[in-house]
Design a protein around this ligand. Sequence first.
Ligand code: DGP
Ligand code: NA
Ligand code: NA
Length: 210
Amino acid sequence: TESKTSVARGSLIILEGLDRSGKSSQCAKLVSYLQGKGLSVEAWRFPDRTTVIGQMISSYLSNESHLDDKVIHLLFSANRWEKRALMESKLTSGTTLIVDRYSYSGVAFSAAKGLDFQWCKAPEEGLIAPDLVLYLDIPPEKAAERGGYGTERYEKLEFQKKVAEHYYALRDSSWEVVDGCLKMESVEEQLREIAMNCISKCQNGKPLVN
Ligand code: DGP
Ligand code: NA
Ligand code: NA
């Protein structure tokens, strides 16, 4: 019989926040910091625009195509489902994933259009539960001021206000809210500390759940 050394599992760490909350650049900084510590860490993002489903989402977001609200909701969810198996194997083999957006975006953005909250949550059930959600908290007005929004479908102040309300309704015990209005270095510092704590808990046997 072969002896198998059990590998400490990686952590599933999600960054969430409104458009222009600074989330994507903080993800990149956090990943390089953790890699610099010698940890096995990968940067992921949803939507993952590289897949066939991701290309449909991308074309919807840039207003090149129009889809029914429920159809696009399910495509965003399917885009997470198509990465689920890979996600699980990365985590169990010891790699930590820092993920720019996940199911919380899925629910908050669709509920902001007026879709039923519970209906929005249903297709997310069974995806891997995050160990930590880092929410970059920034008032929608402030986000809008940051060099203005781009041209993508959801980048409008009134819509982002609704998204923020739905995000608040989604907060659970895995969330850590970080003030996204602080200077970039302080945000970076806080994210590092919270993420490092989470990674050690997972390495010390905290189980992975759906
Ligand atoms: P990003 O690539 O992170 O800039 O995200 C693109 C846009 O799509 C952004 O406005 C947030 C929105 N979004 C991300 N995930 C979902 C989702 O699962 N469902 C919906 N409806 N919108 C999402
Ligand atoms: Na965006
Ligand atoms: Na982003």
